[in-house]
Ligand binder design. Structure first.
Ligand SMILES: Cc1ncc(C[n+]2csc(CCOP(=O)(O)OP(=O)(O)O)c2C)c(N)n1
Ligand SMILES: [Mg+2]
Length: 759
């Protein structure tokens, strides 16, 4: 596949296609053992990113992928560079690519699988699947792997295997030997069984023969870089080195004379990760559900001329090398794509074998579940009262927690140690914390008064995490795939301080790329959190909300908007063409508008914007705002009305959805002659062609500045561009130019500009 993509398929752009022959060669035996023998259909696997071609080749042999997909490796519509749930067609379980994340995902998937099982949400399939990561040793440098390990220990994870392709090389070079001893200890510390799979059967036999003890000690003491270099150099180099290092050892000559150079090379690279019998014995030998780490020694580039070279990560075999390789495998010209060419076994026997492969027995491995009905979500208590969107969120969830709706049964919440401060406490009091074993709330038992009742047990619906936002998003990602992975739809909701989204951003992106469906409730946000601290202010997150694909971002100002958005979101998270949802909320209490949201207004809120005060037809002026700065926008607007009676006030609860529809239209709809006018064009079409719009958000001003481009208006964007000063709201809004005075100044500038521009 890789050779074809790089040397045979014509290139149109002259760019290297790439692929990782050395990484593939090191993992080929491991994946073969798993997919053709060890795995059951309900097991779920994360395959190391650069093993993608091997994974897909296996699916091809199993009849789950066609040849075109292989031949189009890394081309549009073909097999992806790295295994992808959403873009590959052969049923990838966990996307990988950003190293470490697929590994962590399997750990959280094991928690999610237990959650579904203990809540009895899916039909019993008789056997619980194992969650398995086949990972590169370089992945163990990623901190998220260790964050996950600790969390897994707290949650007592089961049926989880991490199989390390220990080729002692990453991208730039050789993995440190000393580091690996630490890693080994670390797994033990968190209660994992560690199994070292080091020697293949031939080496094991050699250890029994002449000079065997000395040979074994030499290999055990050999530094990773030397082993790799000798592997690359081959038989003569092994011989020379062993002669020098073991000179005087009794039996050495007999041992070395027993092998020609090729044979010696084969022996010295006979590591367990390439020995089928050793691997099968290790995997089938597992009879309990304890988490397990297999350290499988391998050679990067095993069997290829690239073997062991420290620069082999992106190395590609030349045409001549591939020709020789093909001959050595006995593959005739024209048989390159024949799945089972030259295996020396009759075709019908092979066909029977493939039919009997356990992994291949289930026709489909992607499950589905029914759609969960969404009840009305009004926040009755905050109606008419000054309230913040964060408080309203807590109340809406608390109300759901009291009820018996199916939606409430399917909701699972999680938070990285900010459950209380993001107002999830009421929900947790009603629904409890999830744990495999019951654990009473000691404070309650000891009659210590507390508003938080933290009872733990298998029926709990909140998964409490330690402070690690990567873990939060990895967990949300797998909970959000619970329907296809485990057959039970969950409605996951995670809370986080807005600014710490950045801390887990790659895992958030990872979840969205897998088309996982979850709700991220980010609060408090912006500098509106005020005295709580400059270091917690968030500025760039609205831009994440705008640009993250697979995520719809809302930033409502009022409780009634929030309730409407949440109701819509729970449907949208379940829709085939839906997405995950990000709600950027605030702790600032705001006077609510007197209204009932009807279907028309609700539709506009979801589309992203509505005229809170409609402009007069052809008005020259509007203020557009998002979120918690609503009072300043309204205040400035009232003051302005004396001078500009026709001005409008535009509420923008979702800059993201508003922009997405518009930019989609700009890219396709109109150009194709559809003539479709999008929501924001309709709204802004009420203004004069040369009108000015002052935009304001407690976040980066670019979030709304594009509004000026929709109909050629002039935009004056206000927002936050500097980070980190504590203060109260009046001081901070003045400092950053978000108060009514700043808005009025921007309005005055806009008026002056218009006068100057008019002919
Ligand atoms: C988060 C992230 N950073 C960097 C990379 C680039 N990268 C791709 S593979 C790799 C090294 C992987 O080494 P290892 O896990 O040992 O894989 P193998 O030796 O099996 O190829 C790196 C740094 C990446 N894919 N993801
Ligand atoms: Mg490696």
């Amino acid at each position: 596949m890789i050779h074809h993509a790089n040397h045979i398929r014509p290139s149109r752009d002259g760019l290297k296609v790439g692929g990782h022959q050395a990484s593939c060669a090191s993992v080929a035996t491991l994946l073969t053992a798993l997919y053709f023998d060890v795995l059951a259909p309900e097991d779920r696997v994360a395959v190391k990113p650069h093993g993608s071609p091997v994974y897909h080749a296996i699916q091809y042999i199993l009849g789950r992928l066609d040849r075109d997909a292989l031949a189009n490796f890394r081309a549009l519509g073909g097999v992806q560079a790295y295994p992808s749930r959403t873009k590959d067609t052969d049923d990838v379980d966990f996307t990988t690519g950003s190293v470490g994340l697929g590994v962590g995902a399997t750990l959280f998937a094991s928690i999610a699988a237990d959650y579904v099982r203990l809540h009895r949400l899916a039909p019993d399939r008789g056997r619980k699947g194992r969650m398995i990561a086949v990972m590169g040793d370089g992945e163990l440098d990623e901190g998220n792997v260790f964050e996950a390990l600790l969390e897994g220990w707290k949650h007592d994870v089961r049926d989880l295997w991490w199989i390390i392709d220990y080729n002692r090389q990453s991208l730039d070079g050789i993995v440190s030997d000393r580091l690996f001893h630490k890693i080994h200890d670390f797994f033990k510390t968190v209660g994992w069984r560690v199994e070292i799979l080091k020697y293949g059967k031939s080496l094991q036999r050699a250890f029994e023969g002449p000079a065997g003890g000395a040979l074994r000690k030499w290999i055990d003491d050999c530094p990773n870089d030397l082993y790799s270099a000798l592997t690359f150099k081959g038989g003569p180099a092994w011989r020379q080195r062993l002669q020098a290092d073991l000179s005087g050892t009794s039996g050495l000559k007999t041992f070395l004379d027993g092998f020609d150079d090729g044979g010696l090379d084969e022996l010295m690279t006979d590591l367990a990760g390439h020995d089928m019998a050793t691997l099968l014995a290790a995997f089938h030998g597992v009879t309990d559900d304890a988490p397990r780490c297999f350290v499988a020694y391998t050679v990067k580039g095993f069997g290829l001329p690239l073997a062991g070279h420290k620069d082999n990560h992106a190395g590609l075999m030349t045409v001549a090398q591939m020709e020789r390789f093909k001959q050595s495998m006995g593959i005739p010209d024209g048989a390159e794509w024949r799945p089972l060419a030259n295996l020396g076994v009759p075709e019908d026997e092979l066909a029977r074998f493939l039919e009997s492969v356990p992994f291949n027995r289930a026709p489909g491995r992607r499950y589905a579940d029914v759609k969960i009905a969404v009840p009305d979500l009004a926040d009755a208590r905050s109606a008419g009262a000054k309230t913040s969107t964060q408080t309203a969120f807590g109340r809406i969830l608390g109300e759901l927690g009291k009820g018996k709706s199916e939606l409430a049964r399917r909701i699972v919440t999680t938070s990285a140690d900010v459950t209380v401060s993001t107002n999830l406490g009421g929900w947790v009091n009603r629904r409890g914390l999830f744990a495999r074993q019951v654990k009473e709330d000691v404070f309650k038992a000891e009659k210590v008064a507390s508003t938080q009742k933290w009872e733990k047990g298998p029926g709990g619906q909140h998964i409490e995490l330690g402070i690690a936002e990567n873990n939060l998003f990895l967990l949300l990602g797998v909970l959000g795939l619970s329907a296809p992975l485990f057959g039970a739809r969950l409605i996951p909701i995670g809370t986080v301080y807005d600014t710490f989204i950045a801390r887990g951003l790659d895992a958030l992106n990872y979840g969205c790329y897998q088309d996982a469906r979850f709700m991220v409730v980010a609060t408090p946000s912006g500098l509106t959190l005020a005295p709580e601290g400059g270091a917690h202010q968030s500025i760039l997150e609205p831009m994440i909300g705008m640009s993250q694909s697979g995520l719809s971002y809302f930033e409502p100002a009022f409780a009634d908007e929030l309730a409407w958005i949440m109701g819509w979101s729970f449907d949208h998270m379940q829709a085939a063409e839906g997405s995950s949802v990000y709600l950027r909320l605030s702790t600032r209490a705001i006077e609510p508008p007197e209204r009932r949201i009807d279907a028309a207004l609700g539709g506009d809120i979801i589309a992203g914007a509505y005229w809170q005060r409609p402009p007069a037809p052809g008005a020259d002026f509007a203020i557009a705002y998002t979120g918690a700065v609503a009072p300043e926008a309204m205040d400035a607007f009232e003051q302005l009305r004396d001078d500009l009676p026709g001005a409008g006030l535009l509420a923008v609860p979702s800059p993201d959805r508003l922009h997405a529809e518009w930019s989609g239209a700009a890219k396709g709809g109109r150009a194709r002659g559809g003539g479709r006018v999008c929501h924001v064009e309709r709204l802004l079409g009420r203004l004069a062609p040369d009108a000015a719009i002052v935009t304001i958000i407690d976040g980066h001003p670019a979030t709304l500045s594009w509004l000026g481009s929709v109909a050629g208006h002039r935009a004056y964007p206000l927002g936050v561009t500097a980070f980190g000063q504590s203060g109260d709201i009046p001081d901070l809004y003045r400092l950053h130019g978000l108060d009514a005075d700043a808005i009025l100044d921007a309005c005055a500038n806009a008026c002056l500009d218009r006068v100057r521009r008019r002919p």
